[in-house]
Design a protein around this ligand. Structure first.
Ligand SMILES: [Zn+2]
Ligand SMILES: [Zn+2]
Ligand SMILES: [Zn+2]
Length: 146
């Protein structure tokens, strides 16, 4: 689900960030993303915008919780539009980058249980699930028949 560039800009402005031309262009590029993307992809689409600006704007949007940062095994982090405003987790398709946000009380119980084995106190956690999404699995099934 693509975002509105104006929504992204409004969030930055609300937080007191200046809406420079390059930041507007980064927000507009990100707003077209229906699925997850990397900072490098955005840089590639905006040759006229400095890499530092792209990375910094993305970081501001992550800090503002309008996009989510996803850690991937052995790869560049990917970013995805934040659909949920509450605490949530992600299932990321390793093949196509599709992202599903979800809330799972089982995960939270596991985190709580793990906390009792630690000497410190858990103040935050990040858990991502890496999946092969339904349409990628369906693609595999079709290929298998040929
Ligand atoms: Zn998210
Ligand atoms: Zn997939
Ligand atoms: Zn959680």
């Amino acid at each position: 689900m693509p975002m509105e560039p104006n929504d992204l800009l409004a969030v930055l402005e609300d937080r007191g960030h200046r809406l420079t031309g390059p930041r507007r262009r980064v927000a507009a590029a990100i707003a077209t993303k229906a699925e997850s993307f990397t900072a490098e992809e955005v840089c590639g689409e905006l040759p006229g915008v400095g890499r530092a600006t792209v990375y910094r704007t993305i970081r501001l949007l992550v800090d503002s919780e309008v996009i989510c940062k996803l850690a991937l095994p052995g790869g560049e982090p990917r970013y995805t539009p934040a659909r949920a405003t509450y605490h949530h987790h992600h299932a990321v398709c390793l093949r196509c980058g599709a992202v599903e946000e979800f809330r799972d009380s089982t995960v939270e119980r596991v985190v709580k249980a793990a906390g009792s084995d630690l000497t410190g106190q858990i103040v935050a956690h990040r858990i991502e699930f890496y999946v092969l999404c339904r349409s990628c699995m369906a693609g595999d099934a079709v290929e298998g028949k040929q």
